[in-house]
Design a protein around this ligand. Structure first.
Ligand SMILES: NC(=O)c1ccc[n+]([C@@H]2O[C@H](COP(=O)([O-])OP(=O)(O)OC[C@H]3O[C@@H](n4cnc5c(N)ncnc54)[C@H](O)[C@@H]3O)[C@@H](O)[C@H]2O)c1
Length: 347
């Protein structure tokens, strides 16, 4: 297999992780780095690849097989559009755009041009999430009735002291920074969200921005979900602390962050405890209980391997630009519902 050539635009925190994964894997090789920042020459030197100051400069001299866009949020739409115009498949870090309008423009441009566009919700490539999706699709749970999700964690107090204090103000809270991955996970398990009702609180930290949010989600299938989010709750019930996929977080493998309940059984994630009725369905009857095995692998590495397969035309994106847009629309609805106190219907 000839490795595909991938350029990484934005060699910051997450861009460097993508660069390492491209370098470490066999499906792709690093074509170049695009970053005008002061830290970029050192990274390009370390990996021995050309450095460009902009995508336009790169496309003048080279046409890689794919681009990973790990630039700040406000540059995602423009960078994505430049790659689409150059007819180069592009994986855009989340969120797919900093506005719904911009994200929609990018998704429509990519679809019209037939250029693969992926959103970097890397948990889609988590073996835990893949296994959970398989279980749901196998029908062993029956029709999904309800899902309970939590992202309850405690951000250290000095986390809020950076810069001009932007993390204490609207936009710097867990809804805009953390929730989109959770929404995307639930959508990948239960499908489209058609209605959102949300309430926020800032009572605990007393900042302008929310520290806690509660949501009710209605899925297109009719399934209902609740989601509790807090960056101020001393609880391990978050993906980060339960999935063990990022070893920088404290690990609680005995806790769950999602529970999916169907008409025949239920699955807790990520412990992968499956309980199903083999015979009569009744709360008087015992469930058959099993713990499903998951073979561990790194979602970011898997995401790059998948992007390489998409570039080769072997598979369709698991998390497309349109999937990223769907998650952004739900996020927007959460913000709107929390602001107005009313439910928001999604078309
Ligand atoms: N998937 C995830 O879990 C995850 C995690 C962290 C960040 N992100 C997303 O990745 C993106 C980057 O976040 P980060 O934390 O790495 O930020 P960062 O600030 O560490 O890095 C951004 C980089 O982009 C560079 N840059 C700025 N303007 C540029 C331009 N015009 N062209 C090319 N490069 C440019 C900067 O010099 C910097 O090196 C954000 O959209 C963020 O939401 C996703």
């Amino acid at each position: 297999m000839v490795p595909v050539r991938i350029a990484v635009a934005g060699a910051g925190l997450i861009g460097r992780r993508h660069i390492e994964e491209i370098d470490a894997g066999s499906s792709a090789e690093l074509a170049s780095i695009v970053d005008p920042g002061p830290g970029a020459p050192e990274v390009a030197g370390k990996f021995g690849v050309p450095l460009y100051r902009s995508l336009a400069e790169m496309f003048e001299t080279d046409r890689p097989d794919g681009v990973v866009l790990a630039t700040p949020n406000r540059l995602h739409v423009d960078g994505g559009l430049e790659s689409v115009a150059a007819r180069v498949p592009v994986l855009v870090e989340k969120p797919i755009g900093h506005t719904v309008e911009g994200a929609r423009r990018l998704v429509e441009a990519a679809e019209a041009a037939g250029v693969p566009l992926l959103t970097g919700h890397h948990r889609n490539y988590s073996p835990i999430m893949s296994r959970a999706r398989e279980v749901v699709r196998s029908g062993v749970l029956g029709a999904i009735v309800a899902v309970v999700g939590t992202a309850l964690f405690y951000k250290p107090d000095d986390y809020f002291d950076v810069g001009d204090g932007w993390r204490r103000r609207p936009g710097g809270g867990p809804i805009l920074l953390n929730l989109i991955h959770e929404i995307n996970n639930l959508q990948s398990l239960v499908g489209d969200v058609v209605r959102v009702q949300a309430t926020t609180s800032s009572a605990t930290r007393g900042f302008e921005v929310e520290d806690t949010a509660a949501m009710i989600l209605t899925f297109a299938s009719g399934a209902l979900g609740t989601f509790l989010l807090s960056d101020t709750a001393a609880s391990p019930r978050s993906w980060e602390q339960t999935s063990l996929e990022n070893t920088t977080y404290a690990a609680y493998p005995d806790e769950d962050c999602y529970h999916l309940a169907g008409t025949r059984g239920s699955l807790s994630v990520p412990t992968m405890r499956l309980r199903v009725y083999e015979g009569e369905r009744s709360w008087w009857e015992p469930f058959e209980t099993s713990m499903l095995e998951v073979e561990r692998s790194d979602p970011l590495a898997n995401q790059i391997a998948h992007f390489a397969d998409v570039i080769r035309g072997e598979v369709d994106p698991i998390c497309s630009g349109r999937d990223g847009l769907a998650s952004l629309l739900v996020l927007d609805a959460v913000v709107e519902s929390a602001r107005t106190g009313r439910p928001v219907e999604l078309a």
